[in-house]
Ligand binder design. Structure first.
Ligand code: SAM
Length: 209
């Protein structure tokens, strides 16, 4: 992932990361081989840490692919915690289910296949964390849907908000425009306190006031 940090600094940060357990390491290998855009270990650790410090027990994940970030959440919420996996692709969900079994976290995860925005819109109970990693063009719509479904003090976390640095380049394409609109929304919102972490492809962390 280029365009945000100096590549030598990026290499340094990744070289320092402790090894992951077997299943996460295997997903990283599969993702690299098949071009599955997972958050990777540096961001995985942030997700885990944010869930732990906020004491999150209920996480709704939008765009889960083969379950890499889902496993980080599931490990963080602990016994009695619940993570909703969502993806539009059945094949991804089948692979993810197998990884969840092997990682010993399938009891904590509800796998749902379909449009994550539609599924979130049907949710009634507030979540501790909503994690957004769907198609970038949908980010402004996700903002509108997520806020009412987040508890007060809950976290709204989004990946790829710096989009390989394209947010700072002239002539943004449609996806970049959507991310630019989204970033303005999360900083302008009176209901959120927002920070963007410039790690990997940019992660926004918003606390609902
Ligand atoms: C960037 S990948 C998710 C990676 C995953 N969060 C991880 O880090 O391990 C995005 C995934 O979102 C799914 N997706 C995109 N838009 C979606 C939508 N509206 N509803 C459900 N899934 C969606 C795609 O099928 C893809 O697998």
């Amino acid at each position: 992932m280029g365009g945000i940090t100096v590549s030598e600094v990026e290499d340094y940060l990744y070289a320092m990361l402790p090894p992951r357990e077997e299943v996460l390491a295997e997903i990283e290998t599969e993702a690299a081989k098949n071009d599955v855009p997972i958050v990777g270990p540096a961001v995985g650790r942030i997700l885990y840490q944010l869930a732990i410090v906020s004491g999150a027990k209920k996480v709704f994940e939008m765009g889960s692919a083969i379950g890499y970030s889902t496993i980080w959440w599931a490990q963080a919420v602990g016994d009695g915690g619940r993570v909703v996996y969502t993806d539009g692709d059945h094949k991804n969900a089948d692979k993810a289910r197998r990884y969840f079994e092997r990682a010993g976290v399938s009891q904590r995860i509800t796998v749902r296949v379909g449009d994550a925005l539609e599924m979130l819109s049907e949710e009634k109970e507030p979540y501790d964390i909503i994690f957004n990693d769907v198609d970038k063009a949908d980010y402004p719509r996700v903002f509108r849907l997520a806020l009412p479904r987040l508890k007060r003090g809950g976290l709204f976390i989004t990946d790829n908000v710096l989009w390989s640095g394209k947010v700072a380049q002239p002539n943004p394409d449609a996806q970049t425009k959507a991310i630019l609109e989204f970033n303005k929304m999360i900083y302008d919102s009176k209901d959120l306190f927002t920070t963007i972490l410039p790690i990997r492809d940019g992660v926004s962390v918003c606390v609902k006031k």
